[in-house]
Design a protein. Structure first.
Length: 303
């Protein structure tokens, strides 16, 4: 087995965690090099990603690891996409050390966030596989773009609640916002597909789950060149609590035939008013939205 050089960009909130230190030590003991860069303030993930890109050859980096939650993964991937020409891949593979509250992207790939040593071993030793990313109005995401009710739940969940309840905090927030729900109205088109009407929520998945473990796009494939679209049409007002309760507790499986699903390489959304879209939890507001998949944009060491 050849030695890997991992460059770990570590979210500063996790820098003192003993399980992180133990995982790094175990991978080093297996003969791999792990150089750690810790974030301190906003913009550090992007800055350290650019630094790794500039020094990849000189430092011998063959895998860049996002050590944090889904937002850290997004910042790293989005920075690489923005810095590189469209036809050029990063000079190293990517990997994830899941240290956030929900860790939806890593968990959707089959990783266990409770076993950090195993996750970092994947980064050091797993085969690098071509991996798609998605673009929404030119902004990159790797896991999922969500809009409507679910987007509000993700961005408005109190960080203190997430620290206490973990992924269940999203469920708690959703159950306490029934009275505020308004359906969005829009038209969604792409690749011979067209749907128009009011919707409660939509998900565009490269990965499979979001919002703390909800399987919104359970059939998504990270390297098929397509994104999985799931639309939850707006129900009658009296049915909203039941619909959302089933969604939050059981994901799309709880709704079965009520969901519109399609796989698309590209799609457009035209809404009657600016729509809140979350890209791996990072918000974007727009009424006219263009979405596309970029097949094999990066190589990722993953299960």
């Amino acid at each position: 087995m050849s030695q890997s050089h991992l460059r770990l960009i570590l979210n500063g909130k996790a820098a003192q965690r003993e399980d992180v230190r133990a995982a790094v030590g175990k991978v080093r003991d297996a003969g791999h090099e792990v150089s750690v860069r810790v974030t301190w303030e906003d913009g550090d993930t992007e800055r350290l990603t650019r630094e790794a890109l500039a020094r990849a050859a000189e430092d011998g980096i063959d895998c860049l690891v996002a050590g944090g939650g889904d937002g850290t993964v997004n910042a790293l991937v989005a920075t690489l996409h923005a810095e590189l020409p469209k036809d050029e891949k990063p000079p190293f593979s990517l990997a994830v050390l899941p240290l956030g509250t929900a860790n939806d992207f890593a968990a959707g790939m089959g990783m266990n966030p409770r076993d950090l040593a195993a996750c970092l071993k994947i980064a050091a030793e797993a085969e690098a596989k071509p991996t798609d990313i998605g673009l929404v109005n030119g902004r990159a995401f790797i896991n999922m773009a969500t809009g409507g009710f679910g987007a509000g739940v993700t961005t408005e969940t109190d960080p203190r609640l997430k620290n206490t309840l973990g992924g269940a905090a999203y469920l708690f927030t959703g159950l306490n916002r029934f009275a505020e729900l308004d359906a969005c109205e829009g038209r969604i088109e792409g690749d011979g597909f067209s749907w128009e009407g009011p919707f409660l929520a939509l998900a565009i998945g490269n990965g499979r789950q979001a919002g703390g473990g909800f399987q919104l796009c359970p059939d998504a494939d990270l390297n098929d060149g397509k994104l999985d679209l799931s639309i939850i049409p707006a129900p009658q007002a009296a049915d909203v609590p039941d619909i959302l309760g089933r969604l939050l507790q059981g994901g799309l499986e709880g709704l079965r035939g009520a969901v519109v699903k399609k796989q698309l390489a590209e799609l457009t959304i035209h809404a009657d008013q600016p729509l809140q879209i979350n890209l791996d939890g990072e918000p974007l507001h727009a009424a006219d939205i263009e979405v596309k998949a970029l097949q094999g944009r990066i190589d990722m060491r993953r299960p």
